[in-house]
Design a binder for this molecule. Structure first.
Ligand code: SF4
Length: 696
């Protein structure tokens, strides 16, 4: 209780992967006061503008309060009977691969666990993918190639203990603001050097000692050049390479073949970066969507990992490669197998032993044994009529997927579409045959994992409104209705978490990294009071870093150095489409604004969709500040407010991805983005579309 007699609830922010702890106080009239939790290790009381405005986003104005079938309100029994019957009938007629789930990094771990168990273990397909595919799939693939596991080696503390932090493809100041605050404070206290690698000048550059504004898509050449420089200047850790890695010779030969000047950077700046990296033992390289969202995303990740592995700078205080995830529970999704190419508990779909272990644990009638459809391929299959029943939970792909117009048309044409969400007012929810009201942040009860492997509780401070139910309960109810009564007989998130933790113990015994078996016996009371806990959690180990001992999760225990080749983005500029469009986030909005759009103060920062464009490009196009521009790609059109700025490089304007609009022309920027995938990770190239621009 606080001084006013209001109960305080500890929870976590629902936005980015920093995973800040918050304290909530409900006012008893539906309102909520939100403050930073001083005891949470991720933020130590800090919040960013989005976190501070959370209390303004919990009203019931746009909430979905009862199930709807074809637009008519109905009860849960009728709606869930229909969902279970249509999925069962479709599977009986067309097989398990004719249905799909598309879920979200906003779901809690318990939600993810039940959805993945239903699809992979009982329906028997791996056609479950998540919007995290658009966010960090290339990191997952890069980690698995190099480490034999999807392991984030370090912790947030490393950013504060480093002497050099390289931020590549990461606008930390806007996209992970509290981590940026921690880094800025460390820099002020101990003089941390900071290098920003980004084609655009972003707010993060305000604290940079060096900004490398490379040409889009040339990151592999820059890091290959660094690898070769480190070798040529005697800056490698020969003992670590010899004892703990394979592939050095091929990697060095390949790296030496790339000319870093293809980046368009001044040779002196390149050399200065290389000298800083070579001379600084305590170096952390932070990477994010600018690396991941590329048809070469996995190679970019491995080019970075190569440099850390070859210098032995991994898993030790103040050093290592560090992926920061976009969403609050992208990591929990990875842990439960929410991606179409993963099993549960970081086990491998490609391993017969792993599949058998999971099937035995679940006592399931079948198990998916091959990867399912990844996001872009899933919506393509829906459009081609190969997927005949679709369930979308907690995400808005009609706005956020590449080729968004085609995705919207595919969902509309799908014979049966279920959407579970908190509002009927999204582009995707408007296309649903069945709408299911889910609980939202402030009402949900479960766990999330942030970017440094810390598991935190999300606790409810508000009652579920109307007939809204938790996502795990909705999936479990459909599982029971499809005939798997015992397997989905959950009464609380605690039961699901214990099962998830117990399964991870099997993974641990099979030599996997993700093991939280030390939490498998939590009592209900222990789960209720669970403090933020970094995994692994076993009988012998709790938290800490990975790989400092040089042991990896590959069959021979050695990390893989991987030869990777510089290649241009998939789409080439042409006289018809002469500009390369970069997309991303703004500081105060989140995803498609279904929550942040409810807080008026967040719209004061940047109130409308815009095109940030260099003055030379604007002059050549006859565009003045505040004009409207029509931006056209081979796939779609958007109308955006012109914002003239030297922060955007010449030829490469920037547009945020948050805004939508039901009628064309609108500001659905992902309608411009081509569905070109990284061949390894399946992550689409969201930052290198080709467009034409004209005055509107
Ligand atoms: Fe929320 Fe991320 Fe801001 Fe923290 S930094 S308050 S997790 S949006």
């Amino acid at each position: 209780m606080d001084g006013a007699g209001l109960a305080q609830v500890r929870s976590t922010c629902p936005y980015c992967g920093v995973g800040c702890g918050v304290t909530l106080r409900a006012d008893g009239a539906g309102g909520l006061t939100v403050e930073g939790d001083p005891d949470h290790p991720a933020n130590q009381g800090r919040l960013c503008s989005k976190g501070f405005a959370l209390g303004e986003t919990v009203g019931l104005g746009e909430r979905l309060l009862a199930p709807r079938v074809n637009g008519t309100e109905t009860g849960w029994h009728e709606a869930l009977d229909l969902v279970a019957r249509r999925f069962a009938d479709t599977i009986a007629e067309h097989g398990p691969d004719s249905v799909a789930f598309y879920v979200s990094g906003q779901l809690l771990t318990e939600d993810y666990y039940v959805a993945n168990k239903l699809m992979k273990g009982f329906i028997g397909s791996a056609n479950i993918d998540t919007n995290s595919r658009l966010c960090m799939a290339s990191t997952v693939a890069g980690h698995r190639r190099a480490f034999g596991s999807d392991t984030v080696p370090g912790t947030y503390d490393d950013l504060e203990q480093a002497d050099l932090v390289v931020l590549t493809g990461s606008n930390l100041a806007w996209c992970h603001p509290v981590l940026y605050q921690r880094l800025a404070a460390a820099r002020a206290a101990r003089g941390t050097k900071i290098v920003v690698i980004d084609p655009r000048r972003t707010a993060t550059c305000d604290i940079a000692d060096l900004h490398l504004a490379l040409k889009p898509g040339t990151d592999v050449a820059l890091f290959n050049g660094l690898f070769a420089y480190l070798r040529e200047n005697g800056a490698l850790d020969e003992a670590f390479i010899l004892n703990h890695t394979t592939g050095f010779d091929d990697t060095f030969t390949r790296a030496s073949a790339d000319d870093p000047e293809i980046t368009g950077l001044d040779r002196r700046d390149i050399t200065r970066f290389y000298q800083m990296f070579a001379a600084t033992e305590r170096t952390v390289t932070v990477f994010s969507q600018g690396v991941n969202q590329s048809t070469r995303g996995t190679d970019k990740v491995n080019a970075i990992l190569n440099c850390h592995l070859a210098t032995g700078r991994i898993g030790k205080p103040g050093m290592g490669p560090f992926s920061v995830t976009g969403q609050p529970n992208a990591m929990g999704g990875r842990e439960t197998g929410g991606l179409a190419n993963m099993l549960a508990a970081h086990l491998d779909l490609e391993s017969a032993e792993h599949c058998a272990a999971v099937q035995s644990f679940w006592a399931s009638p079948r198990i998916a044994e091959r990867p399912g459809l990844r996001a872009v391929d899933m919506f393509r299959a829906i459009g081609e009529g190969r997927i005949k029943a679709l369930w979308i939970a907690c995400t808005n792909p009609a706005v956020s997927m590449p080729d968004a117009d085609a995705v919207r048309a595919a969902i509309r044409a799908c014979p049966f579409t279920v959407v579970s969400d908190i509002t009927p007012e999204t582009d995707t929810a408007r296309l649903a045959d069945v709408l299911l009201p889910a609980t939202g942040w402030g009402e949900k009860d479960g766990t999330v994992t942030n970017s440094d492997r810390t598991i935190s509780r999300q606790r409810p401070a508000l009652a579920a409104p109307g007939l809204a139910r938790h996502d795990w309960a909705i999936f479990a109810d459909v599982g029971r209705r499809m005939g798997w009564t015992d397997a989905f007989d959950y009464r609380s998130p605690t039961e699901i978490f214990r099962e998830h933790a117990a399964l991870s113990g099997i993974a641990g015994r099979l030599g996997r990294d993700f093991d939280i078996s030390g939490l498998a016996d939590l009592s209900d009371a222990d789960y209720e009071t669970l403090a933020p806990t970094r995994w692994p959690v076993t009988a012998t180990r709790s938290g800490g870093r990975f790989f400092g001992d040089g042991r990896f999760f590959t069959p021979d225990g050695r990390a893989r150095l991987l030869p990777v080749r510089q290649k241009a983005p998939a789409a080439a500029r042409s006289p018809k489409y002469p500009y390369r469009l970069n997309t991303g986030r703004t500081r105060d909005q989140w995803h498609t604004m279904t929550r942040t759009g409810l807080a008026p103060r967040l719209s004061r920062h940047l109130a409308e969709p815009f095109l940030q464009i260099h003055p030379e490009d604007a002059a050549a196009l006859g565009l003045a500040p505040a004009d409207l521009a029509r931006v056209k790609s081979p796939l779609g059109t958007a109308i955006l407010r012109v914002l003239v700025s030297e922060d955007a490089p010449i030829g490469t304007p920037f547009a945020p991805m948050h805004w939508t609009g039901e009628t064309a022309p609108a500001a659905r920027v992902d309608a411009l983005v081509a569905p070109a995938n990284d061949p390894v990770s399946g992550q689409p190239e969201s930052k290198a579309s080709v467009v034409a621009i004209e005055r509107y």
